[in-house]
Design a protein around this ligand. Sequence first.
Ligand code: NDP
Ligand code: OXD
Length: 309
Amino acid sequence: MSLAIIYPNKDVSNWVTALHACDPKLKVEVWPEIGNPEEIEFALCWNHPAAVLQQFPNLKCISSLGAGVNHLLNDSTRPTNIPLVRLVDDGLKQSMAEYVMLGVLEHFRRFQDYRQQQTDGEWKEQQIPHMSEIGIGIMGCGEIGRYVANKLSEFGCNVFGWSRSPKEINNIPVYSGNDELDKFLKKANILVCLLPLTPETENILNTQTFNRLPPKTYLINVARGFHLVEEDLLLALESGQLSGALLDVFREEPLPKHHPFWSHNKITITPHVASVTNPKSAAVQIVENYRRAQNGETLLNLVNVEGGY
Ligand code: NDP
Ligand code: OXD
């Protein structure tokens, strides 16, 4: 019996090494080099090709190789009777907190302006408010959003969150549901999207949402490209409703060469690297779930398929 890694066009040797470090006896196969498909009991997937999961009649668990599961939930050929799990990982949370903190500080301390001033040879102090005067709104207060919110709060930021259900995070205000979205948005001078991609959250970063923010809000999208209506971002940047955007995720990845975002002076682009799963730290839970799946035990980090994330 074995575990299959299905991650097309990617060297996954570091994953194989990390899984073997946790369980030297584990049989790991790397798609498309699968010996006997009947032996595959566990599929570890990222950007898997459609219908591939149907090749394995004895699957006991499907796992995302990341925190997000939209790639698996959107696959209409996925066998729906097989439980679905995802990664919840301390390394992933920390790395995301670093990225968001960097984005917040770069914007708040006006580093873009100083870079331009350096190009122009201009020596000029930019005026900045006190950090507590800048509202930072985190959309999505799950495993990662909550961690990021706590780190920002510990650093002295004025941070608050928005989630589907009401919740408490230390002394951080959390708004919930569509009824409280307005209250949340109107305070956000920096808006961070850390939502999962679901039918409810797709296209949520649109003109209507931007118009409910204070003027000149800065957008950080580290969730999924399909949260953002790209034309609406361009309009909001032009009108000044948004002052800039830091984008890590895009509707099409890699971002096409001709895309207008590349040359936009108010947009900073990173290639979906805000938080990359570290095989060494994530392998432990994968091997544990493989063991649990074999023994019919409750799996870790089960996805709520009906809820969509
Ligand atoms: P979780 O599932 O733990 O948290 C999701 C949060 O979003 C929850 O707080 C949930 O509310 C909230 N939410 C879901 N739907 C809605 C809605 N309709 N309205 C309001 N709030 C909603 O996810 P993670 O924190 O683990 O990850 C979040 C996302 O980050 C991933 O799905 C992935 O897309 C992205 N990601 C990006 C990475 C990158 O490198 N760019 C790396 C890792 C993740 P509630 O708490 O009430 O359930
Ligand atoms: C994830 C990601 O979901 O890397 O883990 O985007």
